[in-house]
Ligand binder design. Structure first.
Ligand code: GDP
Length: 529
């Protein structure tokens, strides 16, 4: 490994932001980009967020291709650090996409609305982070509004998310009486001024909380409250332990107000210092260190139609080890052949640029002409397959109906490609000639039908179908499997990759089947091989 590789890895921070809609993710993203010098982003990030409103809005936004792409991955430089911020779709119906994006990050920032505490979507996303023990920094937002008591918020996080909180800063008042925050570790007071759009807020350092200057700065009432709070925290709160943060059993907590750009730089400074650089990644045969000389990485997202004129599809690829050089030849694990990575794109905060070289932690965009799927691994020498990029069992099902039967070929192609992108899951029942769509969120159906029409010229409808759960089926005993298949044809289908899937009318049936066929394994997730 070269010295340069070591240095490049040390300065990379690749992360995502998780939150419930409206907690302030978009606002925080904008402010973070501001510090990264990408000042023109504000508008672009805002337009992107329309994705969680009506489908029509979502489609319109997706059609403004450039925007959705540049904001899918935002790369910026901050001090000595190279930061990659991966955007996750805001709408919960696209949570599957979000799950996969989170497989490509090394850490995350969780935004919580101080008035609402932990909300449903945060809980779901936290489950995903927990699957990979993703280190998490928490930002409690909207302190300029009346909210829950800070201690109650921490208790809420600890109870609902089962992660220990360790406050790094502490708010002084809230809402109308919000005066600022006290940085517990740096012993600095940061005074709040509303509507501050500028960059720097230098803290006022005080020797200790007994310093009488504190009373002058924030008034004796608040000063006393702060002293009491901190004393209480010292007794009750867990001290910050770096290892616990890294293993995701503890989350450092910051308070602020994103819209007022308050506490954001403090958060960013702490983030780049604390958040882990690219680490070891698990492949099927062994763990891969970022410091290895040979290049490797995996595809976690495919996005279509970024350029409507070319109908292209871009595969988002996370580099796990070695160095990417334009034009390099790599092994495509699934296809078992070599391909040349000639036209890679890197996503800077403002626009796309051609990449000449990139390092572990970086995300590059590869033009995909149908040879790349989610989960694909490319390596320089050794054939490897990174694991942990799953398909999730769909929870909603519809039968797709073609208006013009002569368009069957186009429908098949469209469904195949949309399935490869992870936009929808497609099942072929063992009996009959229809296609069943499966989704984690129902909005996916509308988007699929709209895209079939726009991109493949296929007019299709969908109708309800009596399924509520799906499981991928596996059985080591081939005879038993054949018996299972033969007896349950009506409930079996194959997915777009040809994997056998059991479709259940309801949870009760599913459980009944699982008990009845103990030799058969029913999987809730499946990984491409
Ligand atoms: P997202 O859905 O998580 O991306 O949330 P947004 O960033 O769009 O924020 C949702 C709403 O909360 C918007 O109207 C923001 O202007 C507002 N907001 C964001 N941060 C703050 C804050 O610190 N204080 C207040 N009062 N409002 C905020």
């Amino acid at each position: 490994m070269s010295k340069q590789q070591e240095q490049e890895i040390a300065k990379r921070r690749t992360f995502g932001i998780i939150s419930h809609p409206d907690a302030g993710k978009t606002t925080l993203t904008e402010k973070l980009l501001l510090y990264g010098g990408a000042i023109n982003m504000a508008g672009a990030v805002k337009s992107r967020k329309a994705d969680r409103h009506a489908t029509s809005d979502w489609m319109a936004i997706e059609q403004e291709r450039g925007i959705s792409v540049t904001t899918s991955v935002m790369k910026f430089t901050y001090g000595n650090y190279e930061v990659n911020l991966l955007d996750t779709p805001g709408h919960q119906d696209f949570s599957e996409d979000t799950y996969r994006v989170l497989t490509a990050v090394d850490s995350a920032i969780m935004v919580i609305d101080s008035a609402k505490g932990v909300e449903a979507q945060t809980e779901k996303l936290m489950e995903v982070c927990r699957m990979r023990n993703t280190p998490l920094i928490t930002f409690i937002n909207k302190l300029d509004r009346e909210g829950m008591e800070p201690l109650d918020i921490l208790a809420d996080i600890e109870n609902k998310l089962q992660i220990e909180c360790t406050p790094m800063s502490w708010p002084i008042g809230m809402g109308k009486t919000f005066k600022g925050v006290y940085n517990i570790y740096k012993k600095q007071i940061h005074l709040f001024t509303a509507g501050q759009g500028n960059r720097d807020q230098n803290g006022i350092t005080i020797e200790s909380l007994d310093d009488p200057r504190l009373d002058e700065i924030i008034g004796s009432h608040d000063a006393q409250n702060l002293r009491d709070d901190i004393e209480l925290l010292e007794g009750a709160a867990n001290p910050f332990e770096y290892d616990h943060y890294l293993s995701a059993s503890q989350t450092p907590v910051f308070f602020g107000s994103a819209v007022n750009n308050f506490g954001v730089q403090e958060l960013l400074n702490a983030f780049v210092e604390m958040a882990p650089p690219p680490n070891v990644r698990a492949a099927a045969s062994r763990d891969v260190s970022p410091f290895e000389e040979d290049f490797s990485g995996f595809v976690f997202k495919i996005q279509a139609n970024m350029d409507p004129a070319h109908r292209d599809r871009i595969a988002f690829f996370r580099i796990c080890s070695g160095k990417f050089v334009r034009g390099m030849k790599v092994k495509h694990h699934r296809l078992g052949k070599d391909i040349t990575l000639s036209n890679a794109t890197i996503f800077m905060a403002q626009d796309r640029a051609n990449v000449e070289e990139a390092w572990p932690g970086d995300i590059i965009g590869l033009h995909n002409h149908g040879t790349i799927k989610i989960g694909d691994t490319f390596t320089q020498k050794e054939l490897l397959k990174f694991t942990g990029i799953p398909n999730f069992a769909p929870e909603h099902f519809r039968r797709i109906i073609l208006k013009n039967p002569l368009k069957m070929k186009q429908l098949q192609k469209g469904l195949q490609q949309l399935a490869e992108e992870g936009a929808i899951q497609v099942f072929r029942p063992q009996i009959g000639a229809s296609y069943i769509m499966g989704a984690v969120g129902v909005l996916q159906f509308e988007v699929t039908v709209a895209r079939l029409k726009n991109e493949y010229g296929v007019e299709a409808l969908y109708e309800p179908i009596d399924f509520q759960a799906a499981r991928w089926v596996e059985c080591a005993d081939k005879k038993k499997l054949a018996e299972f298949e033969q007896k349950n044809q009506g409930a079996l289908a194959t997915d777009a990759e040809g994997f056998l899937t059991y479709l259940a009318q309801n949870e009760w049936m599913l459980n009944f089947f699982m008990e009845k066929w103990p030799e058969v394994k029913f999987h809730k997730t499946r990984e491409n091989v």
